[in-house]
Design a protein around this ligand. Structure first.
Ligand code: PEP
Ligand code: MN
Length: 358
């Protein structure tokens, strides 16, 4: 079976978008129950409670999770407050323990997704389970590795799947802990529209003040859910303190986020007209670009015959100035037009270069 054929009906049992929230790490029974109680009382629509039991930490000798005892606390959260529960599994032992403790949803962390041996081990341990399994993107920006992990799960008949976008490592310091690289997640969504996509703003942002915008952006582009870290006393959290928010702040944030509809029925006729026009224009754009490249080839031949360098800075200056002027006249951003013309110019140089080499 192909990943593209999956129906992912599991998510339809939940409200959309599906919000999963809870502390980065389970720390104590009291902390877990307080988080659960305050999430309930805050009125936030959070059907699934998360907590990390085994924690993958970058440096050794820190807090590495409470281990299996935390599974009892998750069970209590489920029994006393009616949440479904979720935790991270990173090897076969974690899987057996989590299944035994009847955790409802499992996820594979970003540091595990990068390792095909680990993913394979987890997939085999999960064989045939109907529990939903969510796969975080690998820490490195590699779509194939992300998809490959889901394929390994499907290969073991694990069919209730989802993906979590938690951002990607970069050596450069940015305002994010893990840069979003939206394009990778959007490519995933385009190729596998049936697999629910969750945003994990906590690990993308690494700080509280950016959480709302990232979550809103994800819902704007039609993500099906979010996983957000929430702790009763964030500053005192044993892991990821700077990015956690209290249940009350979470409820406020969710209340202020606009949920957009992906269902266009009702105005599909009007939408259809606009889309037909857009397709028509795209077709014209492609034809125009093709005509432009053909002329560029002729120029390339001329340059070759007369032994002239391909790149003529003066000419490029005229083109960009004209483009900038037209951008302003037509109310478009110069930045956008510059990007488009750079791409066209690059291709043009490539075309002429091929003629020179010929
Ligand atoms: C987590 O969810 O707490 C976690 C460790 O996330 P990630 O795998 O995205 O780093
Ligand atoms: Mn965390």
């Amino acid at each position: 079976m192909d990943l593209k054929e999956l129906e992912s009906n599991w998510i339809k049992e939940f409200p959309t978008p599906l919000v999963i929230a809870g502390p980065c790490s389970a720390e104590s029974e009291a902390q877990m129950l307080e988080t659960a109680q305050r999430l309930k009382e805050s009125g936030a629509d959070v059907p699934v409670f998360r907590a990390g039991i085994w924690k993958p930490r970058t440096k050794p000798f820190g807090f590495e999770g409470v281990g299996v005892i935390g599974l009892n606390w998750l069970k209590k959260v489920k029994d006393e407050f009616g949440f479904k529960t979720a935790t991270e599994v990173a090897n076969a032992h974690h899987v057996y323990a989590a299944l035994e403790a009847d955790v409802d949803i499992l996820w594979i962390g970003a540091r595990s997704t990068v390792n095909p041996f680990t993913v394979q081990e987890i997939a085999v341990a999960l064989k045939g389970t109907d529990k939903p399994v969510l796969v975080k993107n690998p820490v490195n920006p590699d779509l194939a590795l992300w998809v490959g992990a889901l394929e390994r799960l499907l290969g073991q008949d694990v069919k209730n799947l989802g993906a979590i976008h938690r951002g990607f490592s970069s050596y450069q310091k940015t305002k994010y802990r893990n840069v979003p690289n939206w394009q990778i997640a959007l490519d995933f969504k385009n190729q596998y529209p049936n697999i629910p996509m969750f945003v994990d703003p906590s690990h993308i942002c690494g700080r509280r003040d950016l959480l709302k915008d990232i979550t809103q952006e994800a819902f704007n582009v039609g993500y099906e859910g979010a996983m957000i870290e929430s702790h009763p006393n964030p500053d005192a959290a044993w892991s990821d303190a700077a990015q956690q928010i209290t249940p009350e702040v979470l409820a406020d944030m969710l209340g202020s986020i606009q949920i957009r509809n992906s269902d266009i029925s009702g105005f599909d006729e009007e939408m259809g007209k606009h889309r037909a026009l857009i397709s028509d224009i795209d077709f014209q754009l492609i034809n125009l670009l093709s005509s432009r490249m053909k002329i560029s080839e002729k120029i390339g031949t001329l340059k070759k015959q007369n032994n002239i360098a391909i790149f003529q800075p003066d000419r490029w200056k005229v083109i960009t100035e004209y483009a900038n002027q037209k951008a302003t006249e037509t109310g478009m951003s110069q930045e956008f037009i510059e990007k488009v013309f750079k791409a066209i110019h690059e291709e043009s140089i490539e075309v002429q270069n091929n003629i020179m080499i010929d």
